[in-house]
Design a protein around this ligand. Structure first.
Ligand code: CTP
Ligand code: MN
Ligand code: MN
Length: 507
């Protein structure tokens, strides 16, 4: 097949395998081991390599078709097998893929131990990997439960994306469909990108993706094209189209969504100067501020800038109440280095006072002269509205979407601004939300995101548990009652899900 050319993991058997350490005589010529470094770590791996060689075993440093026994400390079958399949081996079906216990048994007896069932790390049949996820109370590693789930809330996704080339392409397509208001096509590519982001290995040939969920024919065709030629014709065409470029430009402005962007595009407008010059276009206050501060707020916010804003909010809250609660949420809570804004929960322990707190904070910003724009939305919360029926609905809490002025002197290491810009300040987008304390855990989970992670938490709750989850509550339809939660851990536990740390929610 044409993939034969792409065999990045497989190397010719290293001549260096036995060079370096002391020479040992080979006792078992028919056995050739490969120790998987993942989970084992490099120092333990070299220790075990030396140990086995001293006992007369052949241990290769590189994976090749000559290996007879693959030994792994990590017994999560699906990720190990997916990785092995991505290595372009032709002899994989003949290899023994074994748990470290086989290795230790062998070392103990000083010869290759007979392979027993308990040693095997078996490949998971695709049928078990795809369909609905098994109902799992936190279970120890073995096969089906450990396979890659179709739900982002059952995967762990750090900010370290090993498949950026592929996910960037999928995100362009997702965005293109979103701008065209084709939500289901958009979701197809968002889900595919999300699965690839969760992989701890890089996809190097299409065979390696066998058994992964959420990858249909269309997504696979695009992946195949990129893996072979480095780019996708469809993606390039979209990126260079006037329509896509214009809609991207318009929606990059604060307060402009796909609908407005499309309307302007249809009127023949193509640039910001076209918009300003067009008498029939009336910018609303949000868009006017977005326009005024475009240069600043279209630039990323750094961690240090987010930290500085946290300090400013903290000071404002202290002046108002000794009862305040502040939490950083959004992308920064997930460990991202930069963001398009900074998101905070700001509230009080005393239920019912949260709306006041937010208004006082806004007043304080105004007095300090740092409030450049404020869209305050009072609470529309009432228990009778729960559980929310509409899936993607915004929550009912008091909240505000702000543009604040941030002084360079307040930021550790200064502002991350453009060269030659010495104004000494920048405008930053900040979102604040104030849930009552008895709803805090639900709000924190919802505002931490990622959007895709939240979407799948809700979908999982609905489809697998007959529960309705939103930013306010969790409702069990079977029992006909609301489930309370004091922490995010409580919510995962109600759903029968293993807890996923915030930095593992970058789905
Ligand atoms: N969110 C929400 N209700 C809103 C606004 C936002 O629940 N009215 C949630 C989003 O679903 C998301 C989180 O708040 O999970 C943060 O949103 P956003 O700032 O848009 O995204 P980030 O993940 O923080 O990404 P970035 O770093 O680009 O800001
Ligand atoms: Mn954010
Ligand atoms: Mn936000």
């Amino acid at each position: 097949m044409f993939h034969a050319a792409i065999r990045p993991c497989v190397r010719k058997r290293s001549k260096a395998a036995s060079v370096g350490g002391p020479k040992h005589s080979v006792k078992f010529k028919e056995v050739r081991l490969y120790l998987v470094e993942r989970k084992m770590g490099s120092s333990r791996r070299s220790f075990l390599t030396q140990l086995a060689r001293s006992k007369g075993f052949i241990v290769d440093d590189h994976l090749s078709d000559e290996i007879t026994h693959v030994v792994s400390e990590d017994s999560r079958a699906s990720s190990l097998w997916a990785w092995l399949k991505g290595c372009g081996l032709t002899n994989l079906s003949k290899m023994q893929v074994l748990h470290i216990s086989w290795f230790t048994d062998s070392m103990r007896v000083g010869s290759p131990a007979a392979v027993e069932n308990r040693h095997l790390i078996q490949d998971t049949p695709p049928a078990l990997q795809e369909g609905s996820a098994p109902a799992l109370a936190p279970a120890p590693a073995p096969a089906p439960a450990a396979s890659v789930s179709q739900y982002a809330c059952q995967r762990r996704t750090s900010t370290d994306n090993k498949n950026k080339i592929l996910t960037d392409a999928f995100e362009v397509l997702a965005e293109y469909y979103e701008l065209s208001e084709l939500q289901s096509s958009c979701l197809v590519f968002r889900r595919a990108a999300s699965v690839l982001k969760s992989l701890p290995w890089t996809v190097q040939c299409i065979e390696a993706t066998q058994g992964l969920p959420c990858l249909g024919d269309h997504t696979k065709a695009i992946m195949e094209e990129i893996l072979q030629s480095g780019h996708s014709f469809d993606v390039e065409r979209i990126l260079s189209s006037e329509r896509y470029q214009t809609l991207k430009l318009f929606t990059s402005m604060f307060g402009v969504g796909p609908k407005t962007a499309e309307k302007w595009y249809r009127r023949g407008l193509r640039s910001f100067s076209d918009i300003v010059a067009e008498p029939s276009v009336q910018l609303n206050p949000m868009q006017q501020s977005g326009f005024l501060h475009y240069g600043d707020i279209s630039r990323v916010v750094t961690k240090a800038e987010a930290q500085a804003l946290g300090n400013i909010i903290d000071q404002a809250v202290r002046l108002i109440t000794s009862d305040g609660v502040i939490a950083l949420t959004g992308g920064f809570r997930r460990g991202k280095e930069v963001g398009h804004d900074v998101d905070f929960i700001v509230t009080t322990h005393e239920v019912g006072k949260e709306g006041c707190v937010l208004r006082h904070i806004i007043d304080s910003f105004k007095k300090q002269g740092i409030l450049l724009y404020c869209d305050y939305q009072a609470s529309t919360f009432h228990v009778s509205k729960l559980p929310c029926k509409s899936f993607e609905a915004m929550d009912y809490y008091p909240k505000c979407f702000l543009i604040l002025r941030l002084e360079a002197s307040q930021v550790d290491g200064g502002l991350g601004c453009a060269e030659g810009d010495n104004r000494g300040w920048r405008a930053v987008r900040v979102d604040l939300v104030s849930p009552p304390m008895d709803r805090y855990a639900f709000a924190l989970l919802g505002w931490t995101g990622s959007t895709q992670f939240d979407r799948d938490l809700r979908r999982f709750a609905r489809k697998e548990r007959r529960m309705i989850l939103d930013n306010h509550t969790l409702y069990d339809k079977t029992k006909g009652r609301f489930l309370t939660a004091r922490s995010e851990e409580d919510i995962f536990a109600h759903l029968g899900l293993e807890y996923v740390e915030p930095w593992q929610r970058n789905a």
